[in-house]
Design a protein. Structure first.
Length: 371
């Protein structure tokens, strides 16, 4: 599609783009993300790395819709040891995107990865952060099509690929875990607008406590909070609009600072209600974990495993679900692990390690180059 036509389509979808350079740039970046995610799915990147998409951009594209806030990050969960391969595979997929509208380059600085996008739509380049977490996920991934947007009709492809996502409640739980120590305006927006779709607040509460404890236990002792998880309701009600950096909130439906202030106050009310519901759903046993000083690590591991095994066998509402690829590989010991030679191995050569995968053919999910 000609650059002028695509620019006009952006103006129709986001009328404020003509007078707001921040909305114009964010909309262009959002389109580039669609191109990349589509190509990553076509090239099998998600399956090869046991990867799922999560975070604010995932919530915008697959839960909230194109009128939600713009997000400038790409956050993924990958199988342990797969982050390096994920970077290589994404770079390879990006080089195969059949368009002249965008040119993608993966960057790295001090162990942190980013995405640089050259495009004539802004007469230069745009940058985005990329994050790869190797901490195992608990709930089955949900495979969804993106929420339909007016701009998708202008793409040179039909976005008909389901993307593996972190389960909504686990994604919200991760945001709540960060919220208790670092309340950001972008998380406020996401919790208010995506949190309303949480169907099981008891499961959300358990996930919040377990994931907070996991994060706490894996942090250096001198950087840990006093306890893994705290009550969210009173904390959230104590927050004032002034603690949030309004400039970090860019949304196509918010036209000025007055509307932004109104939106923040409204969202604080919604998140306070969600936080209070979460507190009320935390059982006495979970409160013990929330206040643990390190003695309940084994308990946390057992509860996490039980929750994973229980939810892996439960039907999901409306979304195609599949068990986390890493857990599937670990829980089901393969012929490669046991030394049996009843079936052939996969043999896929890992891009970074240049070693063949030792799992059986057709195993699905992430590859493993060591027994």
């Amino acid at each position: 599609m000609a650059v002028a036509d695509l620019r006009n389509a952006i103006g129709r979808a986001y009328p404020q783009a003509g007078s707001s350079s921040s909305i114009q740039s964010a909309a262009v970046l959002d389109i580039a993300f669609d191109y990349l995610l589509f190509q990553m799915r076509r090239e099998g990147v998600f399956d090869l790395c046991g990867m799922c998409f999560k975070g604010g951009t995932a919530l915008r594209k697959f839960r909230i819709g194109h009128l939600g806030r713009f997000s400038y990050d790409l956050d993924f969960n990958v199988a342990p040891g797969s982050a390096g391969d994920a970077v290589d595979l994404i770079a390879d997929a990006a080089s195969k995107i059949p368009t002249d509208d965008f040119s993608f380059t993966i960057t790295e600085r001090r162990g942190h990865h980013g995405l640089e996008i050259e495009t004539a739509l802004v007469g230069g380049s745009l940058e985005a952060k990329m994050d790869f977490s190797e901490r195992p996920i608990i709930l089955p991934m949900q495979e969804l099509l993106p929420v339909e947007t007016p701009l998708q009709r202008t793409y040179p492809f039909e976005f008909d690929q389901r993307i593996p996502l972190m389960h909504l409640e686990e994604n919200i739980a991760e945001k709540l875990s960060r919220w208790q120590t670092l309340p950001l305006v972008r998380d406020l927006y996401d919790l208010a607008h995506a949190g309303k779709d949480v169907k099981n607040v008891h499961r959300l509460a358990e996930l919040y406590v377990l994931k907070s404890h996991i994060n706490w236990s894996q942090s250096p002792p001198n950087r840990r909070n006093k306890q893994p998880a705290k009550a969210l309701g009173e904390f959230t009600r104590s927050l004032k609009e002034t603690v949030f950096v309004g400039g970090d909130l860019v949304a196509p439906t918010i036209r000025n600072d007055r509307e932004k202030s109104t939106a923040i106050r409204r969202d604080l009310t919604l998140v306070s209600h969600l936080a209070q519901q979460c507190d009320e759903a935390i059982t006495p046993e979970l409160w013990e974990i929330a206040q643990d000083n390190g003695q309940l690590q084994r308990n946390v591991e057992q509860r996490t495993q039980r929750l994973h095994e229980h939810e892996a066998g439960m039907p999901d509402d409306g979304a195609m679900s599949r068990e986390p690829a890493l857990s599937r590989a670990v829980l089901s010991r393969t012929t490669a692990d046991t030394g049996s030679h009843d079936s052939a191995i996969c043999g896929f050569k890992m891009p970074r390690a240049q070693k063949p995968c030792v799992l059986p053919q057709g195993h699905g999910g992430s590859h493993r180059s060591v027994r």
